[in-house]
Design a binder for this molecule. Sequence first.
Ligand SMILES: Nc1ncnc2c1ncn2[C@@H]1O[C@H](COP(=O)(O)OP(=O)(O)O)[C@@H](O)[C@H]1O
Ligand SMILES: [Mg+2]
Length: 287
Amino acid sequence: MGRVNILLLYDVLRWEEKSFIETAKKLDISIIPVHIPTIYGEVGNGSSLDFSGADIGLQRSVSFYNSLESTILVESYGIDVINKSYTIMICQDKLWTTSLLIKNKIPVPKTYVSFNHDTAPKIAEKLGYPFVIKPVYGSWGRLLALIDDEEDMRSIIEHRTYMHNPIHSIYYIQEFVRKPGRDIRVFTVGDEVPVAIYRYSSHWITNTARGGKAVTAHIDPELEDLALRTAGVVEGHFLGIDVFEDPERGYLVNEVNAVTEFKNTVAVTGYDLTRKVLEHISSLVRR
Ligand SMILES: Nc1ncnc2c1ncn2[C@@H]1O[C@H](COP(=O)(O)OP(=O)(O)O)[C@@H](O)[C@H]1O
Ligand SMILES: [Mg+2]
């Protein structure tokens, strides 16, 4: 088989997307960049976008809505996308992810949900302070709140009430996990777990986008197994999985990212994750 043609679906060219384009040049891969904001296509008719030469897609959009919907469009042409729309949707929804992980016996933080500003305080009674409230759709550590007492709870309910967005009447509430000043971001590519980082921070939110410091992490067999089982549950090919180390229970899977950034991971570990992903995607085509 000859060259593999990969559609790179993007809206912003970050370090990661440029790295895919540059690395592909060294491999037998051609990248067809697809700038999502400027395309339009007929659903089910690939010739409307001239995607006839494409073997497979790689979804890299920064926007959740663009990533999901453009993946669905490309899938309508019979072209697989990494990750697929199902995976993107499950991972976007923290409640859906948590629910599927629990069903598959993967340890997660204790999590409650309510659907109304009035019922949310009842969760406080069950869980006890402190706890964490998150948007069910969220990323980069945005709009997370650590709730220490009744006054914090009252204040966040008031904020959410006046935001007038129906998504904010969904309360996704989690026990506050006593992490050892860090958490783990582990990457899966196909059925491998090539690299992981610890994210250290004096703040409880450790996202590197929020100043968390990345350090190469050790992948023990238990972490590897957990990451692969998690990838299996969400049916993902290339994932960034957040894992907590609970002092008593050990590893807990916090969330899964289906369109993941990895610039800091490559910078710190020196591991060529870009190449690994491109080789995996090519192997899917060549199979
Ligand atoms: N239940 C929790 N207990 C302790 N820390 C948490 C908890 N949930 C989130 N965090 C911290 O906040 C960060 C961001 O939360 P996360 O659920 O990963 O949302 P996002 O999608 O914004 O990354 C996590 O990486 C972790 O450092
Ligand atoms: Mg996260």
